[in-house]
Design a protein around this ligand. Structure first.
Ligand code: SAM
Length: 327
């Protein structure tokens, strides 16, 4: 069975947020309020998440990314990954801030995780502290090193650039990719921050990042699949490492979008910027049969938005912010 929307796009990727809790409070993501998360009962239990994963895989989902909040703060995530692996998920990955990664890397590999993305927004410990509101720079670096020493290599490191905060580090990040032979990806700042500071001026367009790196180390484009979010580049001088540019704001890739998202509290979102959530948890907890869930999912996916409207007049950011959606 396969899932299609009314524009003929096949949905093969599911991002599952397993928690809305996070041990970081990045300025471009969540507010400084540490108590800002749902009660445990509101969050899908592991058995509920297992049932949904089985149903989604039956509907043709081939790529699953575990995210949050911070997925590694929820005990039991390795067992969930083992379960997903037993379902035969073709591409199983996780996005993490890296804080708990060094000691969990082997368990994640044993559980069957294929790939890992680590978020890192500064190579300067002081700036890192300002952005994440934690002092975890060294711990995250240890997490990156630990992952690079395993078959997770080359890891993807994701940085969000915010003008005035860290855009002066573009070349340093590229040098980091070359030195550590990893994939450095730059993500445009999106209007999903809890404090609603986003503005077009604060966003650093992918084209600017490209120009600056290309001026120092010429880049060559690497072919990519249409549904992939990143444009990928290698260094023309043959140095190791890779650059990825993710430009949801300036070069939207909605036309080939194959993604849907399940939030930690069981809402299905057909776009990062969906105006409303669809309540899958309510259905699940009302003892719906698998068939009823399948029919409901098909109906919701059918109505997936043609594209986000960030660049249209009157755009209103979703009420849910990134930490409650799952990036
Ligand atoms: N805690 C994990 C982490 O830090 O990677 C997973 C969740 S986090 C919400 C997922 C990704 O979303 C991170 O790479 C983060 O940088 C990104 N993100 C959060 N808010 C964003 C925003 N307003 N614009 C662009 N990316 C954002």
């Amino acid at each position: 069975m396969s899932l299609f929307d009314k524009f003929g796009r096949q949905i093969t990727d599911l991002r599952i947020s397993v928690t809305d809790r996070c041990n970081f409070r990045c300025v471009y993501c969540r507010s400084a309020d540490p108590e800002n998360h749902r009660n445990h009962d509101d969050i899908l239990s592991w058995p509920e998440l297992e049932r949904l994963a089985r149903i989604f895989v039956g509907l043709g989902i081939r790529k699953v990314r575990i995210t949050g909040g911070e997925p590694l703060v929820r005990p039991g995530v390795e067992q969930y990954i083992s379960y997903l692996s037993s379902l035969g998920v073709h591409d199983l990955s996780m996005t993490t801030n890296g804080h708990l990664l060094a000691e969990r890397c082997d368990a994640l590999l044993d559980a069957g995780l294929h790939r890992i993305n680590i978020s890192l927004d500064s190579l300067d410990p002081i700036k890192f502290e300002k952005i994440t509101r934690t002092r975890s720079y060294d711990t995250v670096m240890r997490g990156i090193d630990a992952a690079q020493a395993t078959r997770f290599a080359p890891v993807k490191v994701n940085g969000v650039l915010v003008r005035g905060f860290n855009e002066d580090e573009i070349e340093a990040f590229a040098a980091f990719a070359r030195e550590r032979a990893l994939i450095m990806r730059f993500i445009e700042f999106m209007p999903l921050d809890a404090d609603r500071h986003w503005s077009r001026e604060l966003m650093v367009p992918a084209a600017e990042v490209y120009e600056r790196i290309h001026a120092q180390w010429p880049l060559e484009q690497i072919p990519h699949e249409q549904s992939e979010t990143a444009r990928k580049y290698r260094f023309a001088d043959g140095a190791p490492g890779e650059i990825g540019l993710i430009a949801p704001v300036t070069q939207a890739f909605c036309g080939h979008c194959s993604r849907i998202r399940l939030t930690a509290d069981g809402k299905l979102r057909t776009c990062l910027f969906s105006k409303e959530d669809r309540d899958l948890r309510a259905l699940l907890r009302a003892d719906a049969s698998d068939k009823e869930i399948v029919d409901w999912v098909r109906d919701v996916v059918n109505e997936k938005e043609e594209g986000h409207r960030i660049n249209e007049p009157g755009f209103v950011p979703p009420s849910r912010t990134m930490v409650f959606i799952g990036g």
